[in-house]
Design a protein around this ligand. Structure first.
Ligand SMILES: [Zn+2]
Ligand SMILES: [Zn+2]
Length: 156
């Protein structure tokens, strides 16, 4: 969890732990200390990550038995259900990123190094809305991946 991204975060009314707590309450569950730590770690900075990378990041707390692996997996699934994380399956790997507090965007996906490059295009959204309109379709969102080979990998 190290690469940085250029898109600015968007203002949200509630901190992620509060938003997640509300979601859990609506399911008759409570936010435990474990879940709170996981959510704080996940939302400390924007990145694309898989469960293994998150587990690596929480290694110390796992060793101290403050967080367990099953809870990490369960919390990731709950955050996706709460629409706070977006899950993408790329090359057989489940990758997560923030949906809460982060603007909508699309990705260029390098098939050699698995790098995800983010971009936002108003032109693309216009085409999306035009196509949806032609089908009398109400847009909620979209996902687009441009697959290929990044500049660095092309040099090799
Ligand atoms: Zn690459
Ligand atoms: Zn992204």
């Amino acid at each position: 969890m190290s690469k940085s991204f250029s898109l600015r975060s968007v203002e949200v009314k509630l901190p992620p732990t509060e938003r997640f707590s509300q979601f859990l309450q609506s399911r008759g569950k409570r936010i435990t200390q474990q879940r709170r730590v996981i959510v704080e770690t996940v939302f400390s900075h924007h990145d694309h990550f898989d469960a293994d990378e998150l587990i690596d990041h929480l290694q110390e707390l796992i060793a101290e038995r403050k967080v367990s692996r099953p809870t990490i997996y369960r919390t990731l699934a709950e955050l996706v259900e709460a629409d706070m994380l977006r899950k993408m399956v790329l090359g057989g790997r489940s990758v997560y990123e923030h949906a809460y507090g982060y603007p909508s965007h699309d990705h260029l996906y390098c098939q050699r190094c698995n790098r995800l490059i983010e971009f936002h295009s108003d032109d693309l959204e216009r085409i999306r809305d035009t196509v949806a309109g032609q089908h009398n379709f109400r847009v909620i969102g979209h996902r687009m991946f441009i697959t290929g080979v990044c500049a660095e990998c092309q040099e090799e």
